[in-house]
Design a binder for this molecule. Structure first.
Ligand SMILES: Cc1ncc(C[n+]2csc(CCOP(=O)(O)OP(=O)(O)O)c2C)c(N)n1
Length: 358
Protein backbone atom coordinates (compact mmCIF):
# COMPACT_ATOMS: atom_id res chain seq x y z
CA UNK A 1 0.00 0.00 0.00
CA UNK A 2 2.78 2.36 0.96
CA UNK A 3 4.66 1.68 -2.26
CA UNK A 4 1.54 2.32 -4.29
CA UNK A 5 0.96 5.61 -2.52
CA UNK A 6 4.52 6.67 -3.19
CA UNK A 7 4.29 5.74 -6.86
CA UNK A 8 1.10 7.74 -7.14
CA UNK A 9 2.82 10.75 -5.63
CA UNK A 10 5.75 10.49 -7.98
CA UNK A 11 3.50 10.19 -11.02
CA UNK A 12 2.08 13.51 -9.89
CA UNK A 13 5.52 14.97 -9.23
CA UNK A 14 6.04 18.24 -11.04
CA UNK A 15 8.51 16.81 -13.54
CA UNK A 16 6.01 14.10 -14.54
CA UNK A 17 2.85 16.11 -14.23
CA UNK A 18 3.30 18.05 -17.44
CA UNK A 19 4.28 15.07 -19.57
CA UNK A 20 2.30 14.91 -22.80
CA UNK A 21 0.90 11.67 -24.17
CA UNK A 22 3.44 11.91 -27.02
CA UNK A 23 6.32 12.13 -24.58
CA UNK A 24 5.08 9.15 -22.57
CA UNK A 25 4.70 7.11 -25.74
CA UNK A 26 8.14 8.25 -26.82
CA UNK A 27 9.60 6.68 -23.64
CA UNK A 28 7.93 3.40 -24.54
CA UNK A 29 9.31 3.65 -28.07
CA UNK A 30 12.81 4.21 -26.72
CA UNK A 31 12.61 1.21 -24.39
CA UNK A 32 11.27 -1.02 -27.16
CA UNK A 33 14.06 0.11 -29.47
CA UNK A 34 16.67 -0.95 -26.91
CA UNK A 35 15.00 -4.32 -26.37
CA UNK A 36 14.64 -5.07 -30.08
CA UNK A 37 18.13 -3.85 -30.90
CA UNK A 38 19.60 -6.24 -28.38
CA UNK A 39 17.36 -9.14 -29.25
CA UNK A 40 18.39 -8.78 -32.88
CA UNK A 41 22.06 -8.37 -31.99
CA UNK A 42 21.96 -11.51 -29.85
CA UNK A 43 20.43 -13.50 -32.68
CA UNK A 44 23.11 -12.24 -35.04
CA UNK A 45 25.81 -13.06 -32.50
CA UNK A 46 24.58 -16.63 -32.29
CA UNK A 47 23.82 -17.24 -35.94
CA UNK A 48 25.86 -15.03 -38.27
CA UNK A 49 29.29 -15.52 -36.77
CA UNK A 50 30.06 -11.92 -37.69
CA UNK A 51 30.00 -10.31 -34.25
CA UNK A 52 33.15 -10.90 -32.23
CA UNK A 53 34.15 -10.21 -28.65
CA UNK A 54 31.76 -9.34 -25.87
CA UNK A 55 28.06 -8.56 -25.98
CA UNK A 56 26.77 -7.25 -22.65
CA UNK A 57 23.00 -7.02 -22.89
CA UNK A 58 21.02 -4.35 -21.07
CA UNK A 59 17.62 -6.04 -21.43
CA UNK A 60 15.57 -5.65 -18.25
CA UNK A 61 17.22 -2.35 -17.31
CA UNK A 62 15.70 -0.10 -20.02
CA UNK A 63 13.72 2.15 -17.69
CA UNK A 64 16.94 3.35 -16.07
CA UNK A 65 18.55 4.74 -19.22
CA UNK A 66 15.30 6.06 -20.66
CA UNK A 67 14.04 7.61 -17.43
CA UNK A 68 17.27 9.31 -16.43
CA UNK A 69 18.40 10.51 -19.85
CA UNK A 70 14.94 11.90 -20.58
CA UNK A 71 15.87 14.74 -18.23
CA UNK A 72 19.13 15.74 -19.85
CA UNK A 73 19.52 19.26 -21.19
CA UNK A 74 22.17 20.68 -23.50
CA UNK A 75 24.91 20.94 -20.84
CA UNK A 76 24.27 17.56 -19.27
CA UNK A 77 26.68 14.75 -20.03
CA UNK A 78 26.47 10.98 -19.80
CA UNK A 79 29.16 8.37 -19.23
CA UNK A 80 28.71 4.66 -18.51
CA UNK A 81 30.38 1.30 -18.06
CA UNK A 82 30.38 -1.47 -20.63
CA UNK A 83 26.66 -2.38 -20.37
CA UNK A 84 25.53 0.71 -22.20
CA UNK A 85 23.64 -0.07 -25.40
CA UNK A 86 20.57 1.43 -23.71
CA UNK A 87 22.24 4.70 -22.75
CA UNK A 88 23.79 5.05 -26.21
CA UNK A 89 20.50 4.60 -28.09
CA UNK A 90 18.66 6.87 -25.65
CA UNK A 91 21.35 9.52 -26.05
CA UNK A 92 20.39 9.60 -29.73
CA UNK A 93 22.86 7.26 -31.38
CA UNK A 94 21.42 5.45 -34.38
CA UNK A 95 20.86 1.71 -34.46
CA UNK A 96 22.88 1.63 -37.67
CA UNK A 97 26.08 3.03 -36.18
CA UNK A 98 25.67 0.86 -33.07
CA UNK A 99 24.93 -2.37 -34.94
CA UNK A 100 27.78 -1.69 -37.38
CA UNK A 101 30.07 -1.27 -34.36
CA UNK A 102 29.05 -4.72 -33.11
CA UNK A 103 29.83 -6.12 -36.53
CA UNK A 104 33.26 -4.45 -36.47
CA UNK A 105 32.50 -2.33 -39.52
CA UNK A 106 34.07 0.97 -40.56
CA UNK A 107 30.64 2.65 -40.38
CA UNK A 108 30.37 1.83 -36.67
CA UNK A 109 30.43 4.65 -34.13
CA UNK A 110 34.00 3.74 -33.16
CA UNK A 111 34.92 2.75 -36.73
CA UNK A 112 34.52 -0.91 -35.84
CA UNK A 113 37.39 -0.90 -33.37
CA UNK A 114 35.45 -0.72 -30.12
CA UNK A 115 32.64 -3.26 -30.24
CA UNK A 116 29.87 -3.70 -27.71
CA UNK A 117 31.60 -1.98 -24.81
CA UNK A 118 32.72 1.12 -26.64
CA UNK A 119 29.88 3.08 -28.18
CA UNK A 120 30.79 6.78 -28.16
CA UNK A 121 29.08 9.96 -29.35
CA UNK A 122 30.80 13.03 -27.87
CA UNK A 123 28.68 15.21 -30.18
CA UNK A 124 25.65 13.95 -28.23
CA UNK A 125 27.39 14.41 -24.87
CA UNK A 126 27.67 10.64 -24.62
CA UNK A 127 31.17 9.72 -23.45
CA UNK A 128 30.96 5.96 -23.74
CA UNK A 129 31.34 2.83 -22.97
CA UNK A 130 34.20 1.81 -20.55
CA UNK A 131 35.42 -1.75 -20.09
CA UNK A 132 37.41 -1.20 -16.91
CA UNK A 133 34.99 -1.65 -14.05
CA UNK A 134 34.57 1.71 -12.34
CA UNK A 135 36.93 3.36 -14.85
CA UNK A 136 34.21 5.76 -15.91
CA UNK A 137 33.75 7.17 -12.39
CA UNK A 138 36.80 9.48 -12.30
CA UNK A 139 36.13 10.40 -15.94
CA UNK A 140 32.55 11.36 -15.08
CA UNK A 141 33.94 13.44 -12.24
CA UNK A 142 36.24 15.12 -14.75
CA UNK A 143 33.30 15.99 -17.00
CA UNK A 144 31.56 17.56 -14.00
CA UNK A 145 34.75 19.42 -13.09
CA UNK A 146 34.90 20.75 -16.65
CA UNK A 147 31.37 22.11 -16.37
CA UNK A 148 32.06 23.87 -13.10
CA UNK A 149 35.39 25.20 -14.36
CA UNK A 150 33.65 26.74 -17.34
CA UNK A 151 30.80 28.08 -15.26
CA UNK A 152 28.20 26.08 -17.17
CA UNK A 153 24.96 24.98 -15.58
CA UNK A 154 25.02 21.30 -16.27
CA UNK A 155 25.83 17.94 -14.76
CA UNK A 156 27.24 14.54 -15.53
CA UNK A 157 25.20 11.37 -15.14
CA UNK A 158 27.75 8.66 -14.42
CA UNK A 159 26.39 5.09 -14.52
CA UNK A 160 28.00 2.17 -12.75
CA UNK A 161 27.09 -1.34 -11.66
CA UNK A 162 26.62 -2.81 -8.21
CA UNK A 163 30.01 -4.52 -8.57
CA UNK A 164 31.75 -1.29 -9.52
CA UNK A 165 30.91 0.37 -6.20
CA UNK A 166 33.70 -1.69 -4.66
CA UNK A 167 36.36 -0.14 -6.86
CA UNK A 168 38.74 2.31 -5.21
CA UNK A 169 38.44 4.75 -8.12
CA UNK A 170 34.75 5.20 -7.32
CA UNK A 171 35.50 6.14 -3.71
CA UNK A 172 38.25 8.55 -4.71
CA UNK A 173 35.74 10.13 -7.08
CA UNK A 174 33.11 10.45 -4.33
CA UNK A 175 35.64 12.14 -2.10
CA UNK A 176 36.59 14.74 -4.70
CA UNK A 177 32.98 15.23 -5.80
CA UNK A 178 32.04 16.25 -2.28
CA UNK A 179 35.24 18.13 -1.52
CA UNK A 180 35.05 20.25 -4.66
CA UNK A 181 31.25 20.47 -4.92
CA UNK A 182 31.02 18.93 -8.36
CA UNK A 183 27.77 18.44 -10.30
CA UNK A 184 28.06 14.72 -10.80
CA UNK A 185 25.30 12.16 -10.26
CA UNK A 186 26.48 8.62 -9.73
CA UNK A 187 23.75 6.23 -10.77
CA UNK A 188 24.28 2.72 -9.48
CA UNK A 189 22.32 0.29 -11.63
CA UNK A 190 21.86 -2.44 -9.08
CA UNK A 191 20.97 -5.47 -11.19
CA UNK A 192 21.99 -7.75 -8.30
CA UNK A 193 24.90 -9.46 -10.03
CA UNK A 194 28.46 -8.68 -11.05
CA UNK A 195 29.53 -11.29 -13.57
CA UNK A 196 28.60 -14.58 -11.88
CA UNK A 197 28.63 -13.15 -8.37
CA UNK A 198 25.60 -12.07 -6.41
CA UNK A 199 25.49 -8.78 -4.58
CA UNK A 200 25.47 -10.56 -1.22
CA UNK A 201 28.69 -12.36 -2.11
CA UNK A 202 30.52 -9.28 -3.35
CA UNK A 203 29.42 -6.41 -1.14
CA UNK A 204 29.53 -5.75 2.58
CA UNK A 205 26.31 -4.02 3.62
CA UNK A 206 24.54 -5.15 0.49
CA UNK A 207 21.21 -3.71 1.62
CA UNK A 208 22.01 -0.22 0.42
CA UNK A 209 25.00 0.52 -1.74
CA UNK A 210 24.08 4.17 -2.10
CA UNK A 211 24.31 4.71 1.66
CA UNK A 212 28.09 4.62 1.40
CA UNK A 213 27.78 8.16 0.05
CA UNK A 214 27.04 9.32 3.59
CA UNK A 215 30.68 8.80 4.48
CA UNK A 216 31.45 11.55 1.97
CA UNK A 217 28.59 13.80 3.03
CA UNK A 218 26.84 13.20 -0.27
CA UNK A 219 23.05 13.00 -0.54
CA UNK A 220 21.79 9.64 -1.77
CA UNK A 221 18.50 8.03 -2.64
CA UNK A 222 17.09 4.66 -3.44
CA UNK A 223 14.96 4.26 -6.56
CA UNK A 224 12.77 1.55 -8.03
CA UNK A 225 13.68 0.93 -11.64
CA UNK A 226 10.27 -0.58 -12.24
CA UNK A 227 8.61 2.76 -12.50
CA UNK A 228 9.67 5.39 -14.98
CA UNK A 229 7.86 8.08 -13.01
CA UNK A 230 9.90 7.34 -9.92
CA UNK A 231 13.15 7.16 -11.89
CA UNK A 232 12.42 10.55 -13.43
CA UNK A 233 11.24 12.25 -10.24
CA UNK A 234 14.22 11.21 -8.15
CA UNK A 235 16.75 11.84 -10.90
CA UNK A 236 15.27 15.28 -11.46
CA UNK A 237 15.80 16.16 -7.81
CA UNK A 238 19.45 15.15 -8.19
CA UNK A 239 19.83 17.13 -11.41
CA UNK A 240 18.35 20.21 -9.73
CA UNK A 241 20.83 19.82 -6.88
CA UNK A 242 23.67 19.61 -9.41
CA UNK A 243 22.45 22.56 -11.47
CA UNK A 244 21.58 24.95 -8.68
CA UNK A 245 23.94 23.96 -5.83
CA UNK A 246 26.68 22.20 -7.79
CA UNK A 247 26.41 19.29 -5.37
CA UNK A 248 26.79 15.59 -6.18
CA UNK A 249 24.22 12.85 -5.57
CA UNK A 250 24.34 9.07 -5.51
CA UNK A 251 21.23 7.24 -6.72
CA UNK A 252 20.87 3.49 -6.47
CA UNK A 253 18.30 2.16 -8.91
CA UNK A 254 16.99 -1.35 -8.32
CA UNK A 255 16.82 -3.24 -11.59
CA UNK A 256 17.56 -6.67 -13.10
CA UNK A 257 19.39 -8.09 -16.09
CA UNK A 258 17.77 -10.94 -17.98
CA UNK A 259 20.83 -12.35 -19.71
CA UNK A 260 24.20 -13.48 -18.48
CA UNK A 261 27.01 -11.07 -17.77
CA UNK A 262 27.93 -11.28 -21.45
CA UNK A 263 26.99 -13.82 -24.12
CA UNK A 264 30.14 -15.68 -23.13
CA UNK A 265 28.54 -16.31 -19.71
CA UNK A 266 27.21 -19.78 -20.34
CA UNK A 267 26.30 -20.20 -16.69
CA UNK A 268 23.78 -17.40 -16.45
CA UNK A 269 21.27 -19.76 -14.91
CA UNK A 270 23.69 -21.53 -12.58
CA UNK A 271 24.45 -18.65 -10.25
CA UNK A 272 20.77 -17.72 -10.03
CA UNK A 273 17.60 -19.71 -10.25
CA UNK A 274 15.82 -19.82 -13.62
CA UNK A 275 12.60 -19.09 -11.70
CA UNK A 276 14.13 -15.85 -10.47
CA UNK A 277 14.78 -14.68 -14.02
CA UNK A 278 11.30 -15.75 -15.04
CA UNK A 279 9.77 -13.87 -12.12
CA UNK A 280 11.46 -10.63 -13.13
CA UNK A 281 10.60 -11.12 -16.79
CA UNK A 282 6.93 -11.70 -16.14
CA UNK A 283 6.16 -9.56 -13.10
CA UNK A 284 8.74 -6.79 -13.09
CA UNK A 285 9.53 -6.07 -16.71
CA UNK A 286 9.92 -2.27 -16.98
CA UNK A 287 8.60 -2.12 -20.54
CA UNK A 288 5.50 -4.17 -19.85
CA UNK A 289 4.82 -2.17 -16.70
CA UNK A 290 5.14 1.17 -18.49
CA UNK A 291 2.97 -0.05 -21.35
CA UNK A 292 0.33 -1.24 -18.91
CA UNK A 293 0.41 2.12 -17.20
CA UNK A 294 -0.08 4.02 -20.46
CA UNK A 295 -2.96 1.75 -21.40
CA UNK A 296 -4.55 2.42 -18.01
CA UNK A 297 -4.03 6.13 -18.40
CA UNK A 298 -5.65 5.79 -21.83
CA UNK A 299 -2.86 7.59 -23.62
CA UNK A 300 -1.98 4.46 -25.60
CA UNK A 301 -3.94 1.76 -27.40
CA UNK A 302 -2.98 -1.91 -27.79
CA UNK A 303 -2.75 -1.38 -31.55
CA UNK A 304 -0.33 1.53 -31.11
CA UNK A 305 1.83 -0.54 -28.78
CA UNK A 306 2.02 -3.36 -31.32
CA UNK A 307 2.92 -0.88 -34.01
CA UNK A 308 5.72 0.66 -31.95
CA UNK A 309 7.16 -2.75 -31.25
CA UNK A 310 7.02 -3.78 -34.90
CA UNK A 311 8.71 -0.53 -35.93
CA UNK A 312 11.51 -1.09 -33.42
CA UNK A 313 12.03 -4.65 -34.67
CA UNK A 314 12.09 -3.48 -38.29
CA UNK A 315 14.59 -0.74 -37.46
CA UNK A 316 16.87 -3.33 -35.85
CA UNK A 317 16.65 -5.62 -38.88
CA UNK A 318 17.46 -2.70 -41.13
CA UNK A 319 20.50 -1.96 -38.93
CA UNK A 320 21.70 -5.53 -39.47
CA UNK A 321 21.40 -5.07 -43.22
CA UNK A 322 23.31 -1.79 -42.97
CA UNK A 323 26.03 -3.40 -40.87
CA UNK A 324 26.44 -6.42 -43.13
CA UNK A 325 26.71 -4.25 -46.22
CA UNK A 326 29.25 -1.93 -44.61
CA UNK A 327 32.97 -2.27 -45.30
CA UNK A 328 35.37 -3.68 -42.76
CA UNK A 329 37.98 -1.18 -41.49
CA UNK A 330 41.03 -0.58 -43.64
CA UNK A 331 43.97 -2.44 -42.05
CA UNK A 332 46.13 0.65 -42.70
CA UNK A 333 43.97 2.56 -40.18
CA UNK A 334 44.62 0.18 -37.33
CA UNK A 335 46.78 2.68 -35.42
CA UNK A 336 44.61 5.73 -36.03
CA UNK A 337 42.17 7.00 -33.39
CA UNK A 338 43.96 5.10 -30.67
CA UNK A 339 45.03 6.60 -27.37
CA UNK A 340 48.74 6.94 -28.14
CA UNK A 341 48.00 8.93 -31.27
CA UNK A 342 45.51 11.22 -29.57
CA UNK A 343 47.73 11.60 -26.57
CA UNK A 344 50.97 12.44 -28.25
CA UNK A 345 50.50 13.68 -31.77
CA UNK A 346 47.35 15.73 -31.97
CA UNK A 347 46.23 19.05 -30.59
CA UNK A 348 43.41 17.19 -28.86
CA UNK A 349 45.87 15.25 -26.79
CA UNK A 350 47.79 18.35 -25.83
CA UNK A 351 44.84 20.63 -25.13
CA UNK A 352 41.95 18.33 -24.25
CA UNK A 353 39.92 19.95 -27.01
CA UNK A 354 37.46 17.05 -27.22
CA UNK A 355 35.76 18.59 -24.24
CA UNK A 356 37.11 22.13 -24.08
CA UNK A 357 36.54 23.66 -27.48
CA UNK A 358 38.19 26.97 -26.71
C1 LIG B 1 39.14 -3.25 -13.05
C2 LIG B 1 38.41 -4.47 -13.55
N1 LIG B 1 38.35 -5.57 -12.78
C3 LIG B 1 37.71 -6.67 -13.23
C4 LIG B 1 37.10 -6.68 -14.46
C5 LIG B 1 36.32 -7.89 -14.92
N2 LIG B 1 34.90 -7.63 -14.84
C6 LIG B 1 34.20 -7.28 -15.93
S1 LIG B 1 32.62 -6.98 -15.58
C7 LIG B 1 32.80 -7.33 -13.96
C8 LIG B 1 31.63 -7.26 -13.02
C9 LIG B 1 31.02 -5.88 -12.89
O1 LIG B 1 29.73 -5.93 -12.37
P1 LIG B 1 28.78 -4.71 -12.17
O2 LIG B 1 29.58 -3.49 -11.87
O3 LIG B 1 27.76 -5.08 -11.17
O4 LIG B 1 28.13 -4.48 -13.59
P2 LIG B 1 27.01 -5.31 -14.36
O5 LIG B 1 27.74 -6.30 -15.22
O6 LIG B 1 26.15 -5.96 -13.36
O7 LIG B 1 26.27 -4.33 -15.19
C10 LIG B 1 34.12 -7.69 -13.70
C11 LIG B 1 34.62 -8.07 -12.37
C12 LIG B 1 37.19 -5.50 -15.25
N3 LIG B 1 36.62 -5.41 -16.46
N4 LIG B 1 37.82 -4.40 -14.76
Amino acid sequence: MEALLETKTLAAAKINHGLTAEKKIHFLRQMLRIRRFEQTALKQYQTSGQIGGFLHLYSGQESVAVGTLSLCGENDHVIAGYRMHGHALTAGMSMNECMAELFGRATGCSKGKGGSMHFFAPDKNFWGGHGIVGGQTPLGLGLAFGLKYKGLKGCCLCFLGDGAVNQGAYHESLNLAALWDLPVIYIIENNQYSMGTSLERSSAFSKCLAARAEAYDIVWDHVSGEDLYEVRAKTWTAIQRAHTESRPTVLEIATYRYFGHSVSDANAKKYRRPEEIEKYRTLHDPIQLWQKRLLEEEVLTEAQATELDAAAAAEAEEAVRFAKESPIPNPADIFSDVYSEVDRQTAAGQTGKFFFND
